[in-house]
Design a protein around this ligand. Sequence first.
Ligand SMILES: [Zn+2]
Ligand SMILES: [Zn+2]
Length: 201
Amino acid sequence: MPAESGSGSRRRQQADAGFALDTRSLGRKPGTMKTLQRSVTAPEKIGLDLIGIPAGSQVELDLTLQSVSEGVLVTGSVSAPLAGECSRCLESFTDELELQVTELFAYPDSVTEQTTEEDEIHRLVDDMIDLEPVLVDAVGLELPLRPLCEPDCPGLCAECGVRMAIAGPDHGHEILDPRWAGLAKFTAESPGTGGTAAELN
Ligand SMILES: [Zn+2]
Ligand SMILES: [Zn+2]
């Protein structure tokens, strides 16, 4: 299929750029499809408080737009860098996000449009798809509320707050209340049963 309409000068239409996807070339003919690979600069952070796609980073779209009777079905993958803050040790970290998208955008005059709410099924507006709210929702669902820098992040020392990953496994504190010191000595010296309580006094 030849790409777009030769002149490309229908300026009153929203531009086919960024997260705005033009579906006009599908011609509302069910079964027609086109693929779309595009790199979009995220206009603002997409995600949650502690983790998200940073503003200004590149979001890679690899999508298929398929005309169906009720609208246009968008399927494919979205990948982007992530920047997060570990909820356990508070360190910044980066990661990659890849998520699968399957979303129907209903034609304005379709049965789907008339029988669903706009927040259930997205709408085509002037034959354009706005993918951004879909991404915001999908990314929000995909990302963890409590992100971790590593799955087994050891977190912070409860006593001094140092990152345990840096401090190492031997890190610890001998913070014993003097009143317990004798007991600690006692338990250390008398494993099992049968010790005397003499040293407690
Ligand atoms: Zn961590
Ligand atoms: Zn410590």
